[in-house]
Design a protein around this ligand. Structure first.
Ligand code: UTP
Length: 294
């Protein structure tokens, strides 16, 4: 039987240099998109995918993340005594639905290194990994889409996205062959090889790995087996490449739109589009935008 995925790891210990100075004293995962921190979008995606156990790998400024998912007695008491039930429900909703555990990455030595910090808390079972600065708007939550593949094949699955031109050099790129699945042959791929941040001219395809993974626990051994790679960091892509030697890995070109909210322009695009979709803000915001001299 294929073991069930019960836990999700959120690496949130990166330096966020692309978003300085906002990320000097707080993690970028706490930047608010409209009115919710980025990490809450990722956590809600997991809840809607059936995962309630959240492991957050924190670095500097970790207290703001812990406080966000903790009970705020004073705030809740004040809202309650003022009869602000709607706000109370908003404040309580997410923390009531999840179990959160924290582990520290003392130095930002790479995404692979951050995931490895969660080894003891994950244990010998499959898990999801979510990079919450990749925000995904989709009908079916992106993690759920990957879980469907995992539950069918029992193997690790990474999220893939097609990128244009030279952009591939900012991502992990895959060499992969399409696999017929659910009546399509352009969504699921069996991965043959992968390269972290290739030169555009040397990239094996325009299919980039983005921040959603379902991983079998052998990945921990692979992370422990590799040497630092691109940028002197322990790269998750290199560990996946190591894992490929002994296990199959699938890539799924998920349905939905992804925003790179760890980048200033990507964050602005996400802010505008998410605000436009909001039932309480969308109309007024749309009118405001129409009135701008662009
Ligand atoms: P990024 O590649 O976006 O790096 O990390 P970064 O350091 O956070 O940001 P920039 O590029 O300097 O602006 C992808 C994800 O991996 C986590 C980050 O928090 C983010 O969720 N990460 C990265 C860690 O947890 N630890 C690391 O050592 C590196």
């Amino acid at each position: 039987m294929i073991p069930k995925v019960r836990k999700a790891v959120f690496p949130a210990a990166g330096l966020g240099t692309r978003f300085l100075p906002a990320t000097k004293a707080q993690p970028k995962e706490m930047l608010p998109l409209v009115d919710k921190p980025l990490i809450q979008y990722g956590v809600e995606e997991c809840i809607h995918s059936g995962i309630q156990n959240i492991i957050i790998v924190t670095g500097r400024g970790k207290s703001s993340i812990e406080d966000h998912f903790d009970v705020s007695f004073e705030l809740e008491h004040t809202l309650e005594s003022k009869g602000k039930k709607d706000l109370l429900a908003i404040v309580r909703s997410v923390s009531d639905m999840i179990n959160v555990a924290y582990v520290r990455q003392k130095e930002a030595l790479g995404l692979g290194h951050a995931v490895l910090r969660a080894k003891e808390l994950v244990g010998p079972e499959p898990f999801a990994a979510v990079l919450s600065d990749d925000v995904i708007h989709s009908e079916v939550p992106a993690i759920r889409q990957l879980l469907d593949i995992y539950e069918y094949y029992g193997a690790s699955v990474v999220a893939l996205m097609e990128v244009e031109g030279d952009a591939i050099s900012s991502y992990g790129a895959v060499d992969a062959e399409p696999v017929a699945h659910n009546g399509t042959n352009n969504r699921l791929y069996r991965i043959r090889n992968m390269v972290e941040k290739p030169k555009a001219s040397e990239a094996p395809s325009n299919l980039a790995i983005i921040g959603r993974y379902v991983l079998t626990p052998e990945i921990f051994h692979s992370i422990e087996s590799i040497e630092p790679g691109s940028g002197g960091e322990l790269q998750l892509t290199d560990a996946l490449k190591h894992l490929l030697r002994s296990r199959p890995i699938y890539g799924f070109r998920f349905e939905g739109k992804r925003y790179d909210a760890g980048d200033k322009l990507g964050f602005l695009k996400a802010t505008v589009e998410f605000a436009l979709q909001r039932f309480d803000l969308g109309n007024e915001f749309r009118e405001y935008l129409k009135g701008l001299k662009l």
